[in-house]
Design a protein around this ligand. Sequence first.
Ligand code: MG
Length: 314
Amino acid sequence: MIDTPEHLDIRDARFRGLVHPMSRLERIAEGFTWTEGPVWFGDRDCLLFSDIPSRRILQWSEAGGTAPYRADSAFNNGNTRDREGRLVGCRHGTRDVVRTEHDGTLTVLADSHEGRRLNSPNDVVVSSDGAVWFTDPTYGIISNFEGVRADPEQTANNVFRLSPEGALSVVAGDFVQPNGLCFSPDERLLFIAESGSSHDDSVPSVIRVFGVDGARLTDRGVFATIDTGLPDGIRCDTDGNLWSSAADGVHCFAPDGTLLGKILVPETVSNLCFGGPDGRRLFITATTSVYRVFVDAEGAEPWARGRLCGPPRQ
Ligand code: MG
């Protein structure tokens, strides 16, 4: 019997099937200010991630280590990929959601709603129909640390959906600070993190769950409560388990909301994603560093599994 390593906090026997006692928590990159937005590019064998205050997107690979990907990222925060494999990111500085085309040019997808500038888009997911769903809290405009201080123009901190045709609509408007979001594997559920306790202790640190019916969400209440810190980035695996960032590491919840266990990380975790050549590595952005750990689970998003994402390149 191998002792449970120090970085694993097992709360439910099911968690033993998702981790391994011989796994290690590896710090693969360090020296940053506030890392965020991890996204796996299997077709390039690399991870991209943001360092928001230093206004950079970086890349990491097993072969090449850490290298610049984009300077002057306009305080880019959360990242994902669409079904064509293109990078889609949230920028605080320009207060927009932007897509990086295959030729490297940038296309702004959304920067205002009903004539008013967005607050500071934080995190983003793309559903299989091509719609772009993103959160718009105020973190990027309440100070000059990870954006440019400004008064909000929006009347609420919304969750938005950008239709494939380009129509932007509010799908949830009652969050204090909506943050990370992810779909269940069948896209019938959308989970959204409430991180409002960052500035108001009375706001519960919860992950809410919504039923998805096309472009509409139906509130199904609280999915899980984070017991240490607050939820920021979240991802589902292919079995419907939800993995959430927290102050003490990554918390893993079963589809029924039961806390299965934690991967303890020595720095506050902002976000995570699945990836790696076999799709079974969890990449964790945590304050000044990026960590990697083996998990016996695969990400629900197609880009998190294997080398290819979406339709093959022509
Ligand atoms: Mg976030």
